[in-house]
Design a protein around this ligand. Structure first.
Ligand SMILES: Nc1ncnc2c1ncn2[C@@H]1O[C@H](COP(=O)(O)OP(=O)(O)OP(=O)(O)O)[C@@H](O)[C@H]1O
Ligand SMILES: [Mg+2]
Length: 222
């Protein structure tokens, strides 16, 4: 998909200002940058839940995005019902929901009211809801921020499997450079609503080209 001259303004604040960006299906992009730099705003535009002030996100034919917002939401009903909210009316969805709940240690909580889940359990449920149906893009806004270490690795594995199964593209927002290295091929570094640097993750983490990213990595490393 393609992003053309995307601008999001809130009054005087420019939250997002991206000239042009091409995202290739089958590739995993980690988006990093400080709080408020525009990461969520970018994926919200791609997901179509936020209309930009100007510019456009131009999907490829057949593109279908699946979006996990930064704040995981529990709707009324059971954990299982919440996971199935993300499903189409396809027959395999029920089985897939059970599979995902098992993989994310939610099976024992399947019948429980979703609003009673803990923060991390709610995030795991939201991830299962995102992965339960087919799509060509996964947009994941800090999907593991609330997860314990073991759950985080399980979540990463499920995302990788989803990507392989659907040849999906992944946009994965994270504050962890180690996670970015594990989950992505390409790194996107944002600052002040702009993409300051983008390139192969391993290369950029080893040899940032801009002083901004070098400074950011240095702060992170300490
Ligand atoms: N609805 C809104 N109204 C006004 N300003 C907003 C709104 N949503 C976001 N912003 C501002 O836009 C900027 C970008 O926000 P965004 O949520 O994209 O940041 P982020 O990079 O995801 O940060 P974080 O790491 O904290 O999640 C911030 O300065 C934020 O205050
Ligand atoms: Mg955010």
């Amino acid at each position: 998909m393609r992003i053309d001259r995307l601008i999001v303004r809130y009054g005087d604040v420019t939250a997002l200002d991206i000239d042009g960006l091409v995202l290739e299906r089958g590739t995993s992009y980690a988006v990093i940058g400080a709080n408020g730099c525009g990461k969520s705003t970018l994926v919200r535009c791609i997901a179509g839940v936020l209309a930009p002030t100007s510019g456009a996100v131009v999907p490829d034919p057949g593109d279908r995005v699946r979006y996990m917002p930064q704040r995981s939401y529990a709707f009324y009903g059971s954990t299982r019902a919440n996971v199935l909210l993300g499903a189409d009316a396809v027959p395999e969805a029920a089985g897939r929901a059970e599979e995902l709940m098992k993989a994310l240690d939610l099976s024992a909580l399947a019948q429980q009211k979703a609003k009673r889940l803990s923060g991390g359990q709610t995030a795991r449920m939201a991830l299962a809801r995102t992965l339960v149906g087919p799509g060509t893009w996964l947009l994941l806004d800090e999907p593991t921020a609330a997860l314990d270490g073991e759950s985080m690795l399980k979540a990463e594995r499920l995302v990788r499997e989803y990507r392989e199964r659907h040849n999906a593209g992944v946009v994965f927002i994270t504050h962890s450079l180690k996670q970015a290295a594990r989950v992505s091929d390409m790194l996107v570094f944002m600052e002040g609503g702009r993409i300051v640097e983008m390139g192969q993750t391993k290369q950029l983490l080893d040899r940032p080209r801009t002083p901004s990213l070098a400074r950011f990595l240095e702060l992170f490393g300490s």
